[in-house]
Structures are given as C-alpha cells and as structure tokens.
Design a protein around this ligand. Structure first.
Ligand code: AMP
Ligand code: ZN
Ligand code: FE
Ligand code: FE
Length: 295
C-alpha cells in the first residue's frame, strides 16, 4: 500500500474530520483514503471530541500511517467564532474529557434552539431526526451508536436533514437560508474563549494551533492569542486560505517563533462538492509531527 513515489510521501494533513463529528467518512475509512493517497500522517481533529482517534490509530497501525491525536475546539470572543486545534493531547485525561463533554452539551443546547426556530417557521424536524442522521453515517464504526455521548452533533447534520426533507436542495443552501450566523434559524449559546481553549490543551499535555486564521478577519486577535494566550502554532496552510494568507500567516508564525502547520479540513465529498478541501490538498512536512507530539 505504501506509495513512496507519491507527492504526499512525508506529508501530514493536520486537519481532518470524521463521523465522530461532521465528517462523512468513518475514522478507519479516512485512514484508508489517506493511505491510498500516500500521505505519511494525518491528524484527526473532530469538533469538540476525540471519539474518532482510537479507531483511526488502530487502522493507522495496520496500514503504516501515523495518526496524530487531535481536537478542534469551538470558542467565541466578541461574537465571532474561533476554532483552536489541539494536538498530542492525552486522550485519557479526565479533565479534558469532561471539558469536551461540556462543549458538546453547549452544542446540544444550541441545536435544540435551532430546531425550535425551524419548527416555529413551520419546518417540522426533530432532534431525533438529527441524531439519526449523525448515527447513520457511522453504523459500523466504534462511534456508531446514536446515543454515543462522545459524538459531536452540529449544524451540518441539521442541514443534511433539511436536504433529505426537500426543504432545501443543498447543504450550502441550508446554511445560507437557515443555519449560518445571522441566517433565519441561527442561534448561539455561551462558549468558552479561545484563550481558555489554549489553556485546556496545555493542561492536557497538548500543543495548541490557531485554526484557519484567515477566516476571522482579525489579525489583532490572532497576535493576542500568540502573545498573551500562548498559542504554539498557526495553521497557515488551509483550504480556505489563498497564497497571500499562507504567506502572511507563515510570516506571523516566524515573528512569534511558533509552528507553521497545514491541513485540508477534510469533511468528505458530497454530490454538491466538498465544503473545505480534499484530503491531502493542504499539508505540512512530516517533521512537524514530532513537535506536535512533544507537548
Ligand atoms: P457547528 O460546528 O455545528 O457550529 O457547524 C459548523 C460546521 O459547519 C463547520 O465545521 C463547517 O465545516 C460546516 N459548514 C459551515 N458552513 C457551511 C456551508 N456553507 N456548507 C457546508 N458546511 C458548512
Ligand atoms: Zn466541521
Ligand atoms: Fe474549523
Ligand atoms: Fe475543521
């Protein structure tokens, strides 16, 4: 299986979602795809959960591809949503796991409010429909139970139900019409700040990286997260960054002497296209993996 001549040999895609959150491939399936593409490593970075990591590591051991344990924590500050990546965290850390459970509880509350808003608009979907949608993608993986509290349910699952019901034609339309910030059924609940997320990751022995900084349009905050927050890296290479953003954030990382990372933010392919990027389309050199694992 190993493809030593692949362009992706010695490359690591450090931002990948699975069915443990809103990805479409199960953890083992993502690893199989990464192996076929010739990637040397991937990080599993599901939203507010590490539930996909163990299955990915098992498959990684089988196929000879390195799996970096990771997480992408949803935070908010001054009304904008900021994502903080954590790598090399101790999965069995009880404090981290209960903190992530709190994050998923906040998501559940938000999902219920969104569904309530949709109901008020005459769209009769239930929380049960949304949980079924998340479980269906996942039926034969380790995170497959519909009641698995470690799974992270999000807006893409609500969007998929709206598509299946024929309320909208595409996931994109579901976000544009109903689910995106400011759209008709949108709701936000209190979240931790990105500074707290950096502390959580440090407490769990991990390395924190500012995810897709180009999406925030707030480089002052990015600098504060490095300077005062103590973030240890910047995701300069991401599917939603252009070459100017890659250059700008690589430079900023050099100024603050932090790691430069990269990842596709792969969520799987849909008929309408993939929202972020294809697996392996953004990556970092394999040498960075050791640094992310050192904590
Ligand atoms: P949540 O984590 O529940 O707040 O949902 C946010 C997720 O929705 C992000 O991880 C994105 O990948 C996904 N997302 C946001 N906007 C869109 C869109 N227009 N189309 C598809 N997916 C989206
Ligand atoms: Zn996502
Ligand atoms: Fe993100
Ligand atoms: Fe992501």
């Amino acid at each position: 299986m190993e493809q030593l001549n692949s362009k992706l040999h010695n490359r690591a895609d450090l931002h990948v979602h699975t069915t443990a959150s809103d990805g479409l491939l199960q953890p083992a399936q993502v690893v199989q795809l990464a192996s076929r593409l010739g990637l040397s490593a991937i990080a599993i970075t599901d939203h507010d959960t590490t539930a996909g990591v163990a299955e990915a590591q098992e498959e990684g051991n089988r196929l000879g591809i390195r799996i970096v344990p990771g997480v992408e924590i949803s935070t908010a500050i001054n009304g904008s949503e900021i994502h903080i990546l954590g790598y090399g965290i101790k999965l069995e850390d009880a404090v981290l796991q209960s903190r992530l459970q709190e994050q998923r509880n906040a998501r559940s509350k938000r999902n219920e409010i969104i569904i309530g808003n949709l109901n008020k608009m005459g769209i009769a979907i239930t929380l049960e429909d949304v949980h079924m949608e998340a479980a269906n993608a996942d039926h034969d993986s380790q995170t497959g139970s519909k009641d698995d509290k470690r799974k992270s349910i999000g807006r893409p699952h609500i969007a998929a139900v709206l598509v299946k019901r024929g309320i909208v034609k595409t996931i994109r339309e579901a976000f544009d019409e109903y689910l995106a910030a400011g759209a008709a059924a949108y709701a936000a609940v209190p979240r931790i700040t990105p500074f707290e997320a950096i502390d959580w990751i440090r407490d769990a022995g991990g390395v924190s990286v500012i995810a897709h900084p180009g999406l925030y349009h707030n480089d002052r905050l990015v600098e504060e997260l490095l300077q005062k927050g103590g973030a240890l890296g910047i995701e300069a290479y991401h599917s939603d960054h252009d070459t100017e953003a890659e250059r700008r954030y690589s430079q900023l990382a050099q100024v603050y002497n932090v790691l430069i990372t990269g990842g596709s933010d792969y969520h799987g392919e849909r008929a309408e296209g993939s929202y972020h990027g294809a697996l392996g389309s953004k990556s970092a050199d394999i040498a960075i993996v050791e640094k992310l694992m050192q904590g």
